[in-house]
Design a protein around this ligand. Sequence first.
Ligand SMILES: Cc1cc2nc3c(=O)[nH]c(=O)nc-3n(C[C@H](O)[C@H](O)[C@H](O)COP(=O)(O)OP(=O)(O)OC[C@H]3O[C@@H](n4cnc5c(N)ncnc54)[C@H](O)[C@@H]3O)c2cc1C
Length: 242
Amino acid sequence: MATPKFATVIRRAEVGEHAVVLEFTMQEPSYLDFQGGKYIIVHTGIEVGEGKTHKRPYSIFSNDSEQKRFELAVKRIDGCLGSPHMHGLKPGDKLQFSGPWGTLWPDDDRPADSLVVATDNGITAAVSLVNSQLFRPRLSRSRLCWFVESDGYFLDRDFVSKRLPATLGSFEVVTCAPVGDHARVGRARQWLAQSLTAGAPEQAFLVGDGDVVGALRGELVAAGLPEDAVRIENFFNRPPKA
Ligand SMILES: Cc1cc2nc3c(=O)[nH]c(=O)nc-3n(C[C@H](O)[C@H](O)[C@H](O)COP(=O)(O)OP(=O)(O)OC[C@H]3O[C@@H](n4cnc5c(N)ncnc54)[C@H](O)[C@@H]3O)c2cc1C
């Protein structure tokens, strides 16, 4: 089992009706040591039976130039355990977690043409990825697209725009059908087909709804991208393990 780490909440800000941004300061160890795009697994301490407790992954939202402090942005999903617990945290509360984990980051610092697609609350990982040190050489050659059902779904468009690096090639928000509606996969495929007419990227980073990002991965590989050039992180609607 991974050694648990500890941080303390130092700031809590509600953004709109469904999102909270929490800032933490590291306690043990004193540095998080993460790359933008990675996530931690939060141990909520809520018992769920058979000696188990509720644990949920959250992507680090902040910039990896700062390692003593970090931020998480969490969408509240009512009636569940993890996200309401995160929304209930307040300054002074302690967080236990493991990590950082994940593969949503470039292998090298080449200036490669890159496509980043986030759906829904997957925008947290995308923002941190494009702000990371490793991503910097690619920024002007990179496109970020965010599929989301409405401005009130999570963080709003202006809030996200202000967190993006000024040299990012482009940022586009595509309004799509809600999670679970089959129309959203079709809309995403249509957007990608249109986007590929301007040229295929060398690398792609896809994060959020597994139904959407799984379909886009298939399209990108069919368009000629090597499988290992498409990095993917499913926040929900994860495909069953093979
Ligand atoms: C690698 C990774 C990183 C993540 N990073 C973030 C993050 O930065 N911010 C964040 O808010 N969440 C993030 N998540 C999602 C998070 O881990 C939880 O799944 C979420 O907070 C809900 O937890 P819960 O315990 O409240 O409900 P759960 O018991 O986990 O979920 C209840 C139900 O809601 C569904 N669900 C989960 N998320 C959504 C959604 N967005 N829309 C619709 N249905 C959903 C689940 O599939 C499940 O059926 C991440 C997930 C992964 C795998």
